[in-house]
Design a binder for this molecule. Structure first.
Ligand code: NAP
Ligand code: GFB
Length: 318
């Protein structure tokens, strides 16, 4: 008992403190809604750099880590910045997982994404299919970088016995998203485009045919899941988190038009890509752990996101 107190005083004198959960990417869409004791941004450390990564992990020596930092984007971002999406993500993941191991972090959650799955695979996507073929050409650099985090975590579990694991969400959206119209994901891009079309009295231009489907999941649901998983999920195999409610792009356009009260023309630009046509996923595993987990409907999540966007327009990432 006395030893523990003395050790605490020594740590405080060194400028350290006892800390349970550290979140990387704590300023982002997902990291900002997860419960934690320390929330890092790129200003605290560039996690592509080993020395900076090790220094920040050594400072906090977190018992648990939720790794949300990543170079993230939608279809446009993934196609325009293939080199950066590969390099930034493989460096960040490799450094974070190794630094966590070196400072004695017991548990770590690392986010993958459903785009890690093969393009040509039997649907629905399920956890054991991650490595069974080539990812879709539009985002293979990001997908392979993410797949390697799964490999690193499996290898570390086998050699070092750490309790690290991966979580695979579908397309996430919510307050604090990146509303960049060229590189962001579809929902924040469309909200921003609709806003600009309304302001400037111009057409609301949508990419592709509107026929592809996506499974959208509200950021706060991912936050709720991560809060549970960091303490309770004990497998090294990934776990998919999705609302599993596929919706056509043209139907979410309809919701955005309604919630933003847009009265102008909606135009489909078929020269722009559709990306993957669909990628339905299975949440059988999630339901086996959390049978009562309730997902926010895309209607409620979108209304909240649109309201947040209007209230924070000046400061949103765009
Ligand atoms: P986000 O909103 O873009 O946030 C990214 C975070 O990473 C920010 O806090 C950013 O810090 C930090 N970051 C970026 N580069 C960094 C660097 N070099 N060093 C240190 N920190 C850096 O991303 P998100 O949507 O929350 O994504 C969280 C996780 O979920 C990621 O692993 C992502 O791949 C995964 N995921 C996301 C989606 C989605 O639809 N958004 C879907 C599936 C999986 P600054 O604020 O300082 O830039
Ligand atoms: O969210 P998103 O960009 O990425 O959605 P993915 C792309 C879908 O939305 C395509 C249509 O069917 C597009 O044709 N779309 C329509 C638009 N208008 C727009 C628009 O203005 N902007 C965008 N971005 N799309 C991502 C991966 O795939 O999924 C990421 O690239 C990540 O790596 C994420 O894994 C979860 O759903 O196609």
């Amino acid at each position: 008992m006395g030893g523990t107190i003395n050790l605490k005083i020594w740590c405080l004198r060194k400028g350290d403190f006892f800390m349970q959960v550290l979140i990387t990417g704590g300023t982002g869409l997902v990291g900002s809604v997860i419960t934690g004791d320390v929330r890092l941004s790129s200003k605290d450390a560039d996690l592509r750099d080993w020395n900076q990564t090790f220094a920040i992990f050594d400072k906090y020596k977190p018992e648990k880590v939720i790794h949300c930092a990543a170079k993230v984007g939608g279809l446009g971002g993934n196609m325009n910045y293939k080199g950066e999406f590969f390099y930034d993500n493989i460096m960040m993941n490799t450094n974070v997982i190794e630094a966590a191991r070196q400072v004695g972090t017991k548990r770590l959650l690392c986010f993958l994404s459903t785009c890690v799955f093969p393009d040509d695979v039997e649907y629905p996507l399920s956890e054991e299919k991650v490595h069974l073929g080539e990812p879709h050409f539009s985002n293979y650099p990001y997908a392979y970088a993410k797949r390697m985090a799964d490999i690193q975590i499996r290898a570390y579990k086998e050699q070092y016995g750490v309790e690290y694991f991966t979580v695979i969400p579908t397309n996430i959206y919510g307050p604090n998203d990146n509303f960049d119209i060229k590189n962001g994901h579809v929902l924040p891009s469309l909200i921003h485009k609709c806003y600009l079309a309304q302001q400037n009295n111009t057409d609301f231009v949508i990419w592709g045919s509107g026929e592809p489907t996506r499974e959208f999941v509200f950021s706060k649901d991912i936050g709720k899941f991560a809060d549970w998983a960091i303490d309770n999920y004990k497998e090294v195999e990934p776990i998919i988190v999705s609302s599993t409610d596929p919706i056509k792009i043209k139907d979410v356009v309809g919701l955005i038009v309604e919630y933003m009260n847009f009265k102008g023309n909606v135009v489909w630009d078929r020269d722009k890509p559709d990306g993957q046509y669909r990628k339905p996923s299975s949440i059988e595993k999630l339901k086996s752990y959390l049978p009562d987990f309730e997902f926010t409907s895309v209607q409620d999540g979108l209304k909240e996101t649109v309201e947040w966007f209007y209230n924070n327009y000046e400061s949103v990432r765009k």
